[in-house]
Each structure stands twice: as C-alpha cells, then as structure tokens.
Design a protein around this ligand. Structure first.
Ligand code: NAD
Length: 257
C-alpha cells in the first residue's frame, strides 16, 4: 500500500496513538503533518527524525485543538490535506455530579469539536484533490460507556455520530469518513488515569490495570499504537474505498461482550 503523493494531518500526534498513526502513514509513504499545542524543539526534532527515518516530508505545526480557529488554521497552514486523522484527545475521571465544568468543556472541545473544525476545513481541500480520507480516532467509549467518564463518553459518541454524517455528505465523492474505536492502548493518556481510577475504586494501581482496565478487554492485552496505525493505513487504501460511515473496533473483543 503506497500513500506516496498524499499529505496526512494527524492532530495530537507528538505522543501515543497519534504518533503511532503518523509513523504508519509515513511508513506507507505519505507526507505527514504532526501537531500538538506545544512548540518545543523536541516537537520539531520528532518531525525531522521521522522524515529522515521514512524518507518522507514531515512537518510539525503547533495548534491548540481546544480552539476552533486554531484547528482551522492548522489545516490552512498545512496547505494540503488528503488524509485527516482527528486524534487529539484528553481524559478526566470523576463522578458526574463532581465533574469540573471547565474540564467538561475542554474534553468536549478537544475530543469532539476539533474533529468538526478540522473536517470542515479539510473537506474543501479533499474535494479540490478529488480524493480524501477522514479517520476519526474515537474509542470503545464511542460505542459503550464506563462510569466516571461522562465527558469522554459523550464526546466519543458524538464523534461516531459525526463520522456517519460526514460519510453521508461525501458519499458520492472519492472521500470516506470512518472511526477507529480502540480499546485500551498503553499510552500516556491511559497511564495518567490509573491513579484516579485507583482512588475511585479503592485499589492499587496494579489491581486497576488487571481488574479494571484489562478486565474490559477479553484478549487481556493492550492494543498497540502500531495496530491502530495499521488500521488507519488500511482505511486509506483502495480496498477500503467503499467503507464509509462506520466504526472499526480494535479492542481485543471489548465491544463483543
Ligand atoms: P496521549 O495523551 O498519549 O496523546 C494525546 C495527544 O493529543 C498528545 O499528542 C497531546 O499532545 C495531544 N493533545 C492534547 N491536548 C491537545 C490540544 N489542546 N491541542 C492539540 N493536541 C493536544 O493519548 P492517546 O492515548 O494517544 O490518545 C489519543 C487519542 O486516542 C485520543 O483521542 C483518545 O481519546 C483516543 N483513545 C485512546 C485510547 C487508549 O487506550 N490510549 C483508547 C481509545 C481511544
């Protein structure tokens, strides 16, 4: 599968799944735009090293995905967008009656609204090119729920709904829009919620991994960022040209339960 000649923008891609997806797209030959809200030397070095490793053009563009205008500016600044991966996301774990309002707003903005802004800005470029792929990184929590994750589950269900709408609006074009729904992948986002979950359930952190996190995943294994990246590359392939408006779970059987 060659994505040579295509430009991919991956939001929230200096870490975790976004970085893994960006690496697989670069491996497949796409030029890649990495993004996060920071503008550190190491962000630009990450892009430089990835470009050298895969022999493709890789740039890093700073844009805060909690702000609609910066989402749109990211796409504009990139100049081309054949593949858009809406990946940026954060998490917070708390009972709904104690959920901080500002944190709710931030999760909805970064995890859901950014996908709206980036997609809205990217579609004209895809239409101009006559080809496009929108890949939303949703979650098993876009299809099912867990306690204490009201904002995250709401945002991810919203992204799955938006995926279907974008697919219908582009159905007659060479553009598809799908959502990947990962189960647990061991990234900084998951590592960060282990202490809070331990507090909620009154458990040790080891017990949380075994009895709470992987308890939901029948395979008893974390999915890997390479597997999520490989799924994104598949969705960009010709074999997936008629796959649109749907979800692909990469969750070790979680949502089959
Ligand atoms: P992560 O914390 O490793 O990565 C999140 C990325 O988003 C980072 O690159 C971070 O810099 C970026 N980001 C955060 N706030 C941002 C902002 N305001 N503007 C721009 N970028 C921002 O987490 P991850 O686990 O790799 O999560 C990536 C996506 O995958 C998220 O949407 C998450 O909901 C989803 N997901 C993760 C898992 C999992 O188990 N790790 C499972 C299902 C879905």
């Amino acid at each position: 599968m060659s994505l040579k000649g295509k430009t991919a923008i991956v939001t929230g891609s200096n870490s975790g799944i976004g970085l893994g997806v960006a690496r697989e797209l670069a491996r497949a030959g796409a030029a890649v735009v990495l993004n996060s809200f920071t503008d550190r030397d190491e962000d630009h070095k990450l892009a430089e090293d990835m470009g050298r490793e895969f022999g493709v053009d890789v740039r890093y563009i700073k844009a805060d995905m909690s702000k609609g205008d910066e989402c749109r500016a990211l796409i504009e600044q990139a100049g081309a967008c054949d593949i858009l991966v809406n990946n940026a996301g954060i998490q917070h774990v708390a009972p709904i009656d104690e959920f901080p309002v500002e944190t709710w707003d931030r999760i909805i903005a970064i995890n859901m609204n950014s996908a709206f802004h980036c997609t809205a800005a990217a579609l004209p470029l895809m239409r101009q090119a006559g080809w496009g792929r929108v890949v939303n990184i949703a979650s098993a929590h876009g299809l099912t729920a867990s306690p204490y994750k009201s904002a995250y589950v709401s945002a991810k269900h919203g992204v799955v709904g938006m995926t279907k709408v974008v697919a219908l609006e582009t159905a007659k074009e060479q553009i598809t829009c799908n959502a990947i729904c990962p189960g647990y992948v061991l990234t900084p986002l998951v590592e960060a919620q282990i202490p809070d979950t331990a507090k909620e359930y009154n458990m040790t952190e080891e017990e949380v991994v075994e009895q709470v996190i992987l308890q939901r995943q029948p395979s008893k294994e974390f999915a890997t960022v390479e597997q999520i990246g490989g799924t994104a590359v598949f969705l960009c392939s010709d074999a997936a040209a008629q796959i649109t408006g749907t979800t692909i779970s990469v969750d070790g059987g979680w949502t089959a339960l």
